[in-house]
Design a protein around this ligand. Structure first.
Ligand code: MF3
Ligand code: CO
Ligand code: CO
Length: 258
């Protein structure tokens, strides 16, 4: 069953999503060569707490960290630990917060200091594929229209879509119906209706599509060791244009809290 959000639900959910975007923005700006992923997770914890919210991930199916931090060939669900981020790494940051009883879910891949041209192109193509998908998030279209737009853009650029993990409905629960694959899986696909809130989240590999899970039970990596990128927004289907709910709060960078 797909849960359509009422205007009252959205009054609570919009701030949760803005907060997720803002925290993600702050973490991305804070990252630099030499910090450990554990320090990144601890910084995320302080920012989430500062806004009076909670991590939506910590404790979810026993997930042990505040956010997901996936470096280079790590695709998603990377765990914080002693690893130091190095200049040239790319790091996928996935932030989910609970606020007002609703969840905002958003992710972005950033370079640590700088990165190579392949890594930059991978990030650019993955981000653009997200917006290609969002452009199809229109009432009357189907979920598969989002999926196809993402897949076409990624594959036309020579990269691979991860199959094992998909986008999803999001609201009071992190994973609601429907699933939002980043490729056409050939399955019947639901019609998009105003009030649906979807987390659209292409995961894209520079090499081949297959992934595996490390022995920690969480970290997903590319099988061929190639780089991977991940971009995600929580989006509201409306009568007109889709509304991206997880934009960060607009504040001039010089006025940011620390
Ligand atoms: N945020 C992820 C998603 O986009 C889910 C993370 S689940 C966790 O769907 F357990 F790893 F936190
Ligand atoms: Co996410
Ligand atoms: Co998600």
């Amino acid at each position: 069953m797909i849960i359509l959000k009422t205007e009252r639900d959205l009054e609570a959910m919009r701030p949760a999503c803005t907060l997720a975007g803002t925290v993600l923005d702050e973490i991305a700006a804070w990252i630099q060569p030499g910090v450990t992923t554990r320090e990144v997770d601890a910084y995320a914890a302080t920012r989430i707490k500062f806004y009076g919210a909670k991590s939506a991930f910590l404790g979810y199916r026993k997930y042990p960290c505040q956010i997901c931090i996936s470096v280079n060939d790590q695709v998603v669900h990377g765990l914080a630990g002693p690893r130091r981020l190095e200049f040239g790494d790319i790091v996928s940051l996935d932030v989910g917060v609970v606020h007002n009883g609703f969840i905002g879910d958003t992710a972005r891949t950033v370079a640590v200091g700088g990165c190579g041209v392949l890594a930059q192109r991978l990030m650019d193509v993955t981000e653009k594929s997200l917006y290609e998908g969002i452009a199809q998030a229109l009432a009357g279209k189907r979920v598969v229209d989002i999926s196809r737009a993402i897949q076409n853009y990624v594959e036309a650029n020579g990269f691979s879509i991860v199959r094992e993990f998909v986008g999803h409905g999001v609201g009071r629960a992190m994973h609601e119906e429907p699933q939002v694959p980043n490729f056409d899986d050939g399955q019947p696909s639901k019609k998009l209706r105003p009030g649906m809130t979807l987390a659209i989240e292409p995961m894209v590999n520079a090499g081949q599509a297959p992934v595996k899970i490390l022995n920690d039970g969480w970290t997903v990596v590319t099988q061929d060791g190639s780089l991977s990128a991940h971009f995600e927004h929580t989006v509201l289907i409306t009568e007109a244009e889709p509304e991206i709910l997880t934009w960060p709060e607009k504040k001039p960078s010089k006025l940011k809290d620390q």
